[in-house]
Design a protein around this ligand. Structure first.
Ligand code: AMP
Length: 194
C-alpha cells in the first residue's frame, strides 16, 4: 500500500547522553507509523537512527533504509526494513533519501546529521527542491547552533528568508503534522495498534 507521506529523518548514529533524545526518536517513528507514513533514513541499526526505525516498524509504518555498502557493517544495516537499499556512495545515499521523501526532519545528531541538514537546507534555498524542512530542538540540543545562526543573520550573511525555510519545534506531535500538511499531504487518522 502506498504510504500517505514519506518523512526523511536525519539523526545521530549514536544515542547521545540525554534520555529525551531517544524518547523523541521513538515518538517520531511512532507518529509516522500510526499515521500511515513511511520513514526514509540512513538504514542503520545504531543509535537514534535505530530507535526511529524500530519505532516506525512497531507502529506498522514502512521503513526505507538507504546505506552505502562501505557502511553496512559499521552502521549495522537494519535488515528488518521493508526496503533496504545498498548504494555505492554517500552521494547516492543522500540523493535517494531526498528523492524518496516529502519532508525532512532533523533530530539530535553529530556531524553526519548536521551535514545532511545543511545540505537539504541549501538545496532548498537554491530551489533544487521545495520540500518542508524541520528541526526538532529536543532538550535545547540545537540552541547554540541556532544562536550562531542569529549571529550570522546579524552580520547579514544569512537572511530572514533563508532562516525561515526551516521550521523549528520542540515537539514531533506538532512539527510532523505541520510539515506533512505543508507538503500538501494528509496524515491518516491515528491508526490504533491491534
Ligand atoms: P552522525 O550524526 O555523525 O552520527 O551521523 C548520522 C548519519 O549521517 C550516519 O548514518 C552517517 O553515515 C551519516 N553521515 C556521515 N557523514 C555524512 C556525510 N558526509 N554526508 C551524509 N551523511 C553522512
Amino acid at each position: 500500500m502506498k504510504p500517505a507521506f514519506s518523512v526523511c529523518v536525519y539523526c545521530g548514529s549514536k544515542p547521545g547522553l540525554e534520555p529525551q533524545f531517544a524518547q523523541v526518536a521513538q515518538q517520531v517513528g511512532q507518529w509516522i507509523g500510526q499515521h500511515g507514513g513511511q520513514l526514509v533514513y540512513g538504514g542503520g541499526k545504531a543509535g537514534l537512527m535505530g530507535v526511529v526505525a524500530q519505532a516506525t516498524l512497531e507502529a506498522r509504518g514502512q521503513v526505507v533504509g538507504i546505506i552505502p555498502k562501505a557502511l553496512v557493517e559499521r552502521e549495522m544495516a537494519f535488515t528488518q526494513c521493508q526496503e533496504l537499499i545498498v548504494v555505492d556512495t554517500m552521494h547516492e545515499r543522500k540523493r535517494l533519501m531526498a528523492e524518496r521523501s516529502d519532508v525532512f526532519v532533523t533530530l539530535p545528531g553529530g556531524i553526519g546529521t548536521l551535514e545532511e541538514l545543511f545540505e537539504v537546507w541549501t538545496w532548498r534555498q537554491l530551489g533544487y527542491h521545495d520540500k518542508p524542512i524541520g528541526i526538532l530542538n529536543t532538550a535545547g540540543y540545537f540552541n547554540h547552533l541556532l544562536a550562531f545562526l542569529k549571529t550570522s543573520a546579524k552580520q547579514e550573511l544569512l537572511s530572514d528568508w533563508q532562516m525561515n525555510l526551516v521550521q523549528i519545534d520542540e515537539s514531533p506531535l506538532t512539527l510532523l503534522p505541520d510539515l506533512v500538511q505543508k507538503a500538501g499531504l494528509t496524515p491518516e487518522p491515528h491508526l490504533q495498534q491491534i
